[in-house]
Ligand binder design. Structure first.
Ligand SMILES: [Cu+2]
Length: 147
């Protein structure tokens, strides 16, 4: 056996060993993760962070009617998730689709989360009350599959 073919065989075995190990790890992780998924039957379709640099981590997310978006304050300052004309001081900071309900998280302290389930399709432009001029983003809600 030449050195080259020996190496190829050895490498093949090493790769299989690593893949086998990964397979076990993935299986183990899926076993660990399964109960958590089952507990939160309304698991969010999208998760958006809120940062120290006054931004939402995703400018735009797309979900379907009936799906939930979760926001998490990953920063050390208070933020809100707001699409409520009563809270807005600028016309351009928010927009709701026709017939859609408004929403407002109230103040979210560091590490707090807010979830909202969208029941009306359309484009939602929302903002953070303390940082209204800078901190805005969009959720696009599409009709549920089959509608
Ligand atoms: Cu903010």
């Amino acid at each position: 056996m030449s050195m080259i073919s020996f190496r190829a065989v050895f490498t093949g075995r090493a790769v299989r060993a690593v893949l086998g190990g990964l397979g076990g790890l993935v299986l183990w992780m899926s076993l660990i993760a399964a109960p958590a998924v089952a507990q939160t039957s309304g698991a969010p379709a999208a998760t958006i962070g809120m940062t120290n640099t006054l931004s939402f981590t995703k400018d735009t997310v797309r979900v379907e009617v009936g799906e939930t978006v979760r926001w998490k304050n990953n920063s050390v300052i208070v933020h809100t998730v707001t699409a409520d004309p009563e809270e807005a001081t600028m016309d351009e900071s928010m927009r709701l689709p026709e017939g859609a309900a408004s929403f407002h998280s109230g103040n979210l302290e560091p590490d707090e989360t807010f979830e909202y389930t969208f029941e009306t399709p359309g484009r939602y432009r929302y903002f953070c009350v303390p940082h209204e001029a800078a901190m805005r983003a969009t959720v696009i809600v599409e009709p549920a599959e089959g509608q």
